[in-house]
Unconditional design. Structure first.
Length: 427
């Protein structure tokens, strides 16, 4: 019998929640097959079987919290598919009776030839020769309905004694009580509402998002500065190039590549927006890995476009498209989320006109995009024209970045977006 345990997932992940079992009791699995989907605070990961065999027992149910090293199921390497449930219903009913008779005979012999004290010391093997236990221990195990093979012996020679069986019974009781508490906790909670309410347990990812956002508010001096950008030139350029761009690159030309390129250009001019604090030092990054916030059903995630300064528009659009698809399908890996140096979030997708985005720690800057609205604008010659305008928001950590730098950074982005041909020329 082999145990399926929660493996080491990553340095920063030590626990998770059983999201979905991909197998059921009695199923046959091969080594390397995924058996369960685990929800962590960052991504969903699949736990694979380390042995081939049949699932004989599922210990942790969907929704249970587990930590690295926990046993969540058991697997029989010699079992046959579909036999687990049948055996559990029929075989145990007959075999224990046979075993009981044999053991009772053994106990009678022991009583006839030995004293009570020798019963605890004398040992015997079970039918398979695997478990060595005293007759009294076997009797107590039957009374408590405990499998002797699951009992941990404290005897140097591996003999199972009565006290070992009692200890296992207490451990099983604690485990059962703990699971029962988890299931009953929501029902026992008091409510101050007189009218109907629904209580839904927060997902592990949502809990982590909530915790991280509160920590950012407490541990940074966050400010937000605003500006607006005339999107006429970008929209005209997209209109001219979109068909040719799609035919050539197999991906649509969106707004995000323009903003990503503009952010990279501005970061090169204002490097403190591309830094972070470590202790009493500033770490100024010489790379440009730009996080792109993506909204999913389970919450906001921020996959990272690597080396955005080295990619052309097509490369950036392709990366954003791939990462967005993986995020919505819960296929993101930890490496997709780690190491970003600056973040862009687009609330305009959902109709947001104005917002103050919260920093994605330990980064010190995040750019917020919003919806494009046609507004009457006064032009340099005092004429009035209807222009597609977007509000931009830059949240920054005032511990590193001064207001002057933040404002200039946002103005530089505005200038590049209103003259996007420079972005194309610079590559």
């Amino acid at each position: 019998m082999q145990e399926i345990k929660i493996p080491e997932l990553a340095e920063s992940i030590t626990e998770g929640t059983i999201a979905e079992w991909l197998v059921k009791k009695g199923d046959k699995v091969e080594k390397g097959d995924p058996v369960v989907e685990l929800e962590t605070d960052k991504v969903n990961v699949e736990v694979n079987a380390e042995f081939s065999g049949v699932i004989t027992e599922i210990i942790s149910e969907e929704g249970d919290d587990v930590t690295v090293g926990d046993t969540i199921a058991k697997l029989d390497e010699n079992g046959e598919a579909g036999s687990s449930s049948d055996e559990s219903e029929s075989t145990p009913k007959e075999e224990p009776k046979q075993e009981e008779k044999q053991e009772e005979k053994q106990e009678d012999k022991q009583k006839a030839t030995e004293t009570e004290s020798s019963k605890e010391v004398e040992t015997t093997s079970d039918n398979n020769g695997e478990v060595i236990a005293s007759p009294a221990a076997r009797k107590r195990a039957r009374e408590l309905n405990i499998d002797l093979s699951s009992v941990q012996s404290r005897d140097p020679l591996g003999r199972v004694r009565t006290e070992d069986v009692e200890a296992q019974a207490q451990a099983n009781k604690r485990s059962t009580d703990k699971k029962q508490e988890k299931k009953e906790a929501p029902k026992s909670e008091k409510t101050e509402f007189d009218k109907p309410v629904e209580r839904v347990k927060m997902t592990r990812r949502r809990q982590t998002i909530a915790k991280n956002l509160v920590e950012v508010q407490h541990n940074t001096a966050m400010l937000t500065t605003f500006n607006e950008v005339d999107m006429t030139a970008v929209m005209e350029l997209r209109k001219q190039r979109k068909d040719k761009f799609l035919d050539k690159n197999g991906v649509k030309l969106g707004f995000m590549s323009f903003f990503t390129k503009a952010v990279v250009g501005a970061l090169k001019e204002f490097p403190l927006l591309n830094a972070e604090i470590q202790g009493n030092e500033l770490v100024i990054k010489k790379f440009y890995d730009i996080g792109i916030a993506v909204s999913t059903d389970d919450g906001l995630v921020v996959p990272v476009v690597r080396d955005a300064d080295r990619k052309d528009f097509a490369g950036i659009e392709q990366d954003i498209n791939d990462l967005g698809t993986k995020a919505r399908d819960n296929k993101l890996a930890l490496k997709d989320l780690q190491g970003g140096s600056f973040t862009i979030t687009n609330g305009g997708t959902f109709g947001s006109m104005m917002s103050t985005p919260i920093l994605n720690a330990p980064q010190v800057g995040i750019l917020g995009m919003h919806n494009i609205v046609k507004r009457a604008m006064v032009m340099p010659d005092d004429s009035i024209e209807v222009r597609p305008m977007m509000y931009l928001a830059l949240s920054y950590d005032h511990r590193i970045v001064d207001g002057k730098e933040a404002v200039q950074f946002l103005v530089r982005i505005k200038q590049m977006l209103e003259d996007p041909y420079d972005l194309l020329l610079e590559g």
